[in-house]
Design a protein around this ligand. Structure first.
Ligand code: MET
Ligand SMILES: [Zn+2]
Length: 786
């Protein structure tokens, strides 16, 4: 086989965590010291073998590079950092004698050590997967250290498998990096592209020596807003990588460059986008035809000899593919450039669970609508077969796909008439409250809070006992009544604690929720939960997104009993606590048969019902969390206004039914929100608490600059670390906040919920927050009287 023959069917990557979360277990046990390095390695190799054997069983060929080798122990960007030996100066001591980053060093970068914070973690494009941000400076060394990857390739080759190693490509790698601390003003990691490319050449040589015939470079950076501007850089980088067919007498592996997660929109113009990569000599280019457009004939023609790998099976969602439609697309591509089309997923399958067959508890109607990773592999193969042998060859599969689509469309829960009518009848008024000033006055009169009111974000530490009681309840070992009693006792304890600390606005602590989205999914109709649908979120952490498959309704009030019970224990205001529509969508698998905005409005209406019941029960403050507001922001600026419109509207729809004197809070975290401040303003919440301690109050200045007019609680306690902030530290953060936010608008709270913390540090930290607030109030008073 010539090395330039790309397989007809492939996937860009596969879930790494293992069908039974084998990798998580192996890695966490190694971290705890409960297993040796040899045991970790054996578990990782067993999982690699299992993955490849499974993919072969599903029909991918073991011998033509159609199986990707992406077996990161923690994160694919960190793997690339390790392969480049690109250690930040602050971790320079971790390097081995030849600069290599061994497994312990790799984990130290990911998790930090006593003295050092780990590499920063950030969302991978617009997904809920987090990668570790490389830190690149003017003097970072780039080396070729692909031993681990080469070892995998060689070991599999001994087992008879020719794999396709995967790395983050140089342009995207540097785009996703941040300048290392101390780098000169204006330094851009992309300034180091030539040096990085030289190291990537070395890596390619090492992979070639190990027997790799194809290497995949992921370059989704090219689909971002900055992407078009990066095309000349990408062309230069890939000309340097692909220009020579041999490096030092060894044949270079052929190159596949992928561009998932968006539109490689400039495929069109010759000399730009994918065409530029083709011109640079890359043997295959991939595009995402679900997020992006299907290229026209002349666009494909501009790719010349280069193979076009069509991403037609969605790597990011769990719905069964419309095979007939996909095949039509493929056939039309093939017709314009015969013999140069391959079939693939839009992205790696790392964003979906392993296998629908592992789900035993889904409602009967659902499994047939779904495709997890293993089903998607089969879809890619079916489409490839249909493309080469004609649709008659896959008639049965197409019929099954058509039937599933038909069943889904006509199923009772897919369209609930009452929901549709309610949506159709919405008017501007349903999205609007009285003017802020009117609300402010009414709320101040009702609540009677001091200046700089203190509160927390909602959850209190989820202790071992809380988790144990939940597990026992789920396993039927304790009764519903016993579980209720347990939760009430927990709530009573948390209320008493907050009273003792002297906080002004209390919370019930959320002990009844294991997850802020799943809890809502469980209590709304239109959602289902998986048992084993784990997806890697970061490192060894996985989430189990719920599936939003139908029209959403709320059968009965479910947060009200907890909030009311908590309120009955105190004279201070007790916040009602809900998760907002955008966050519920962002952290679930969402139906793909209608625009997201429509689904968001349905969730908003269900929340609106709950909010009405909370208000009816006497709740004066209701918080609707939207930590994922920034996460779903489209990668291209042109698409952002439409997103901000529907997302902001859904929040307003959820929250605008309340009385003027009911105070609506929202909470945002996990991201830098500077870019979406106008959107946050549009939410029109009376009070917005927002993560700020970690970024040293930068957000307060952003808000001041924008002229944000309502209540703001920039976090003064970084809850991501067990560290207890001192009174002085909190005071200084409050002072910084006071400098940008007018005192009557300012609230004092932690960065986020306390769920992941222990009581030890939580109590001490909150005590310091209250003390610092009291001294800030005294200082303000002194200022006024002076
Ligand atoms: C990720 S935001 C979390 C908000 C939620 N109310 C909590 O306190 O846990
Ligand atoms: Zn939060």
């Amino acid at each position: 086989m010539s090395t330039t023959d790309f397989p007809n069917a492939t996937i860009l990557g596969y879930p790494r965590i293992g069908p039974n979360r084998e990798l998580k277990k192996a890695v966490e046990s190694y971290w705890k010291g409960a297993s040796t390095y040899a045991e970790l390695n054996a578990a990782a190799e067993a999982l690699q073998d299992r993955t490849i054997d499974r993919l072969v069983e599903l029909g991918l060929s073991a011998s033509d590079s159609s199986i990707p080798a992406d077996f990161a122990l923690y994160d694919q960007v960190l793997d690339t950092t390790a392969a480049l030996g690109a250690l930040p100066t602050r971790f320079a001591d971790l390097a081995g004698t030849d600069g290599e980053v061994d497994t312990d060093a790799y984990f130290t970068l990911a998790r930090g050590d006593k003295e050092r914070q780990p590499l920063e973690m950030t969302k991978w494009f617009d997904t809920n997967y987090h990668y570790l941000v490389p830190e690149i400076g003017p003097t970072t060394t780039f080396r070729a250290l692909a031993d681990r990857l080469a070892g995998i390739v060689q070991r599999q080759s001994a087992r008879g498998n020719t794999l396709r190693p995967v790395l983050v490509g140089p342009v995207t790698y540097l785009l996703l990096s941040k300048p290392e601390e101390g780098a000169p003003e204006g330094f851009d990691p992309l300034d180091r592209l030539d040096d990085a490319v030289a190291a990537y050449r070395g890596i390619l040589a090492q992979l070639a020596a190990a027997g790799a015939e194809w290497v995949q470079f992921d370059e989704p950076g090219l689909v971002t807003e900055r992407g078009s501007a990066l095309v000349p850089l990408a062309e230069k980088a890939y000309a340097a990588l692909a220009g020579d067919k041999e490096y030092d007498g060894v044949a270079r592996p052929s190159l596949l460059v992928t561009t998932g997660y968006g539109t490689a929109g400039d495929i069109a113009a010759p000399g730009s986008g994918l065409a530029a990569l083709a011109a640079a000599g890359v043997e295959a280019v991939h595009a995402d035809l679900i997020r992006g457009e299907v290229p026209a004939a002349e666009q494909l023609a501009a790719l010349g000899e280069t193979r076009f790998v069509a991403g037609v099976v969605d790597g990011r969602n769990i719905w069964r593919n419309d095979l007939a439609a996909s095949l039509r697309t493929l056939v039309s591509l093939e017709a314009s450039v015969p013999g140069t089309i391959s079939v693939a997923t839009t992205t790696s399958l790392q964003h979906v669970p392993h296998d629908v067959a592992l789900e035993q508890n889904l409602p009967e109607h659902l499994p047939g609508w779904l495709a997890f990773a293993d089903q998607k592999v089969a879809e890619v193969l079916t489409l490839s077969k249909g493309l080469s042998a004609g649709s008659a060859a896959v008639e049965a599969e197409i019929a099954a796909s058509d039937a599933a689509i038909e069943h889904r469309a006509s199923f009772a829960g897919t369209r609930v008439e009452s929901v549709r009518q309610r949506q159709a009848a919405l008017t501007e008024q349903d999205f609007t409250r009285a003017p802020s000033a009117v609300r402010d006055e009414a709320q101040k009169a009702r609540l009677g809070l001091p200046d700089l009111p203190t509160t927390t974000i909602g959850s209190f530490p989820q202790t071992g006992e809380v988790r144990k009681a939940r597990a026992e309840f789920r396993a039927g070992k304790i009764t519903a009544d016993q579980y209720d009693e347990f939760l009430k006792a927990e709530i009573a304890r948390v209320v008493e604690l907050q009273e003792g600390l002297g906080l002004d606005v209390l919370v019930h602590g959320e002990p009844e929720r294991n997850d802020m989205v799943q809890y809502f999914a469980e209590n709304f109709d239109g959602f289902s939960e998986t048992v084993n649908g784990w997806v890697q979120s970061y490192g060894s952490r996985c989430t189990r997104p719920s599936i939003l498959w139908g029209d959403v309704t709320r059968p009965e009030a479910f947060t009200v009993p907890w909030t009311s019970y908590a309120q009955s224990l105190t004279a201070k205001p007790m916040k009602g606590m809900l998760t907002g529509p955008v966050t519920i969508l962002a952290w679930s698998f969402v139906r793909n048969d209608q625009p997201l905005g429509e689904t968001a409005d349905q969730v908003a209406l269900a929340l609106r019902d709950e909010i009405a019941d909370l208000e009816e029960a006497g709740t004066a403050i209701i918080q609707v969390d939207e930590p994922a507001l920034r996460e779903l922001l489209p990668l291209r600026a042109a698409d952002q206004p439409a997103y901000l419109k529907w997302s902001v509207e859904s929040f307003r729809l959820a929250t605008s039914g309340v009385r003027t004197d009911t105070q609506i809070h929202t909470h945002l975290c996990y991201s830098e929100f500077g870019e979406v401040i106008a959107g946050i303003d549009g939410l029109a919440a009376d009070v917005t608490s927002i993560e700020a301690a970690r970024s040293k109050m930068e957000v307060a200045a952003d808000l001041a600059e924008f002229g944000f007019g309502r209540g703001v609680g920039p976090g003064v306690y970084d809850i991501h670390s067990p560290r207890v902030p001192s009174v002085e530290e909190v005071e200084s953060l409050i002072q910084t906040a006071v400098a940008s936010v007018p005192v009557p608008q300012l609230w004092i709270n932690p960065d986020c919920g306390l769920k992941t913390r222990a009581y030890e540090e939580t109590v001490e930290s909150l005590r310091n927050v209250v003390t610092a607030t009291e001294s800030a109030r005294a200082a303000l008073l002194a200022d006024v009287t002076a």
